[in-house]
Design a protein around this ligand. Structure first.
Ligand code: 13P
Ligand code: SF4
Length: 298
């Protein structure tokens, strides 16, 4: 099936982008695996005519925002992100009426319609740089309350947090971290900023998914407890075959990230099913927020 996918990609002049949480067989057949920021940048730069996005809906939307002339395929259109569904443009406008005017920093894990009325986007890799780039004492961050609180702990600005969260990261408990540390006393604990503050306080490093790979690659430590979604274990082990990685909890599995299988990719490439397109009126405004973010990242 992997050979068929590579052949179809060539015939279609297509590129396959996969998020670090994707099933291992998808990661292995992809042209590029990465975190949300790396995948957005790649989607904005590629000269491929077609982008097959193996991830969740907001990621394919972001690729379509950046490359409207390209066909963007999400092989399973029902792969969504529960956190992205915790905000709507109407609710954001209502919140701003209560808070008063201020810049809105929106995590890429959000609908295009919310990006369209935000000041700038961010990912877990550049959230602090984005917050510091804004010349304002108060900021509203959406939709992840945990990412917002993490940013608040690292800046002198006042951050108002939208009450959204990732169900997979938010449910990690301090007891699970303590148990993992007990089982692996020499291991470094890396946590994703979508985890709650009490978890981040226990972490040796707070990083995006690709940030964790780079950290493990360059660290002198030999073993790591991984505080994020299970798919990253494969990417970490591949990047550092001589190091040991332990999931902090067996419960950190995002079922949406596990929906796409090789058969779906083949079907999508053969039939062009699963196209994601953002309406032009929304796209143009959302593009400004995404481009501003990429400019800061660069
Ligand atoms: P990053 O890979 O950008 O750290 O994102 C994590 C995530 O939850 C994507 O859904
Ligand atoms: Fe959304 Fe969390 Fe799944 Fe990422 S891991 S797609 S934030 S539910």
């Amino acid at each position: 099936m992997k050979e068929t996918i590579r052949r179809l990609l060539k015939e279609r002049r297509a590129i396959l982008l996969a998020h670090n949480y994707q099933p291992s067989e998808i990661q292995d057949v992809a042209d590029l695996c990465g975190d949300s920021l790396e995948l957005s940048i790649k989607a904005s730069e590629t000269d491929a005519e077609l982008i097959v996005f193996c991830g969740v809906h907001f990621m394919a939307e972001t690729a379509s925002i950046l490359s409207p002339e390209k066909t963007v395929l999400l092989p399973r259109l029902d792969a969504g992100c529960p956190m992205a569904d915790m905000i709507t443009p109407e609710a954001l406008s209502a919140k701003l009426k209560v808070l008063g005017p201020m810049p809105v920093v929106t995590y890429v894990n959000s609908p295009a319609s919310v990006k369209a009325i935000s000041t700038v986007c961010c990912t877990s890799a550049n959230v602090l740089a984005v917050v510091e780039s804004l010349d304002a004492p108060e900021i509203l961050m959406t939709p992840d309350r945990n990412l917002a609180r993490y940013a608040a702990s690292q800046t002198s600005k006042t951050i108002h947090a939208w009450e959204g969260y990732c169900p997979i990261h938010d449910r990690l408990t301090p007891e699970a971290v303590t148990a993992a540390r007990k089982s692996h006393p020499d291991a470094v604990f890396m946590a994703h900023p979508e985890c709650r503050k009490n978890i981040l306080d226990m972490a040796d490093a707070v990083l995006s998914t690709s940030g964790m790979i780079r950290y493990a690659l360059t660290s002198l430590h030999r073993s790591f407890i991984v505080g994020t979604e299970a798919g990253l274990m494969h990417a970490l082990q591949k990047a550092c075959p001589d190091k040991a990685f332990y999931p902090v909890s067996a419960a950190m599995v995002c079922s949406d990230m596990k929906k796409i299988c090789l058969k779906d990719v083949i079907r999508s490439l053969e039939t062009l099913e699963g196209q994601v397109k953002v309406p032009e009126s929304v796209r143009v405004s959302a593009l400004e927020s995404v481009r501003r973010m990429i400019g800061i990242a660069g």
